[in-house]
Design a protein around this ligand. Sequence first.
Ligand code: SAH
Length: 463
Amino acid sequence: MQKNDMAVIEITDIGVNGEGIGKVDGYTLFVKDAVIGDKAEVKVMKAKKNYGYARLMRVIEPSEDRVEPRCPFARKCGGCQIQEMSYERQLAFKAQKVRGNLERLGGFDKELLDRVTEPILGMDEPFGYRNKAQFPFGTDRDGNPVTGFYAGRTHDIIANTDCALGVPVNQKLLEIILEFMRAEHIPAYDEKTGKGLIRHVLIRFGFTTKEIMVCLVINGTKIPQSEKLVEKLAAVRGMTSITISPNTRRTNVIMGETYEILWGQGFITDYIGNVRYQISPLSFYQVNPVQTEKLYSQALEYADLKGGETVWDLYCGIGTISLFLAQKAGQVYGVEIIPQAIEDAKKNAEINGIANAEFFVGKAEEVLPEYYAEYARKHGGENARADVIVVDPPRKGCDPALLETIVKMAPERVVYVSCDPATLARDLKVLCGNGYELEKVRPVDMFPETVHVETVVLLSRKG
Ligand code: SAH
């Protein structure tokens, strides 16, 4: 096949990014926005020797898994990839994604996986679940400020203040900011020239407390006439924190390195289960609070704590999992690379009256090996032990140096919380090659309408 060829195909499979896959005379085509089961007319956009990429032009016979997307921008927007797939089918796709990675990259056999895999935990209402949104600002052709989301794989902004995954108040806040920019002639930042002021706005909403945080990321140190903006924003019910975060670097990194309070306090408060958390603009906090509670409860169940255990929570963020576990453990140690997150973690332990959690700033792959070496020095060669180790790394997974130290510390159980099944499979292979056994696998859908999937895994030490 060649570029611009038209073809009619049946979609028979799903790719890792949620795209449909079908064959025309043995030639494989990847078709974004096509759903497994669709019969469709497509146009080849890029042709390689054995496969190509095609655009969905027309659905001839829709799949029974195809649904009307809730958002009119679903196809264009880079935020959602699979809004046109029924939620049931999305869950099946994600469960299969985890399974496929564990088989292919982890080398685990089918029988074992059949035995240890638990059904994926989905949502009842797979929209409006995000407690956080970061909206980029730009300028339209007529010179007006716009905000919305990036179109897939580009930095073109699709003007849309009403994202179906976010909370309704986002729209109100964004309209206030746009109106202020128009009235005071405050320009949006322009990535190409490095000029302009307003880059992004971060909005956080406490699902339990209804508290709201607005943090404006700016290419400079202050916003002219900011008191006028603050007055409008502060009048929104629930407003708790208005801040700016200067970021003058020419990078894709959204947030600046610091923030400054314009109004109210520098954080909002929210709950997961009965634990109360303070969240500052720069800290990581799980975006789907409904599913987070399920995820942490599953991690806690796998940790199977009886009360006296020593537990490490690596990549702990603001101590969310640590504090969840501390209620049932003897002592918990949390490690996290972002200093502000550790400050939040310590504060969170304090406000919840939790005294058996201690936190360290640094890279998990440095802090844990150093602790291990230091412990042996102090204790005449005796090795540091842990009963349970929990890891919740970013997509790149765990560093080999960390995995090595985990094995040396020989915890009875390792609970691995993962946001990327490929690196999860890679790391599990290492741990299972060094004395651990795969006991349980539970995929959790933290990000409905997108291709992302979270997984909680329980490993136990053999013998
Ligand atoms: N367990 C937390 C956070 C998980 S996200 C929660 O559920 O909320 C992963 C966290 O790892 C982020 O907070 C990130 O800042 C942190 N991180 C990234 N690389 C790290 C490293 N090398 N060592 C320690 N923490 C790291």
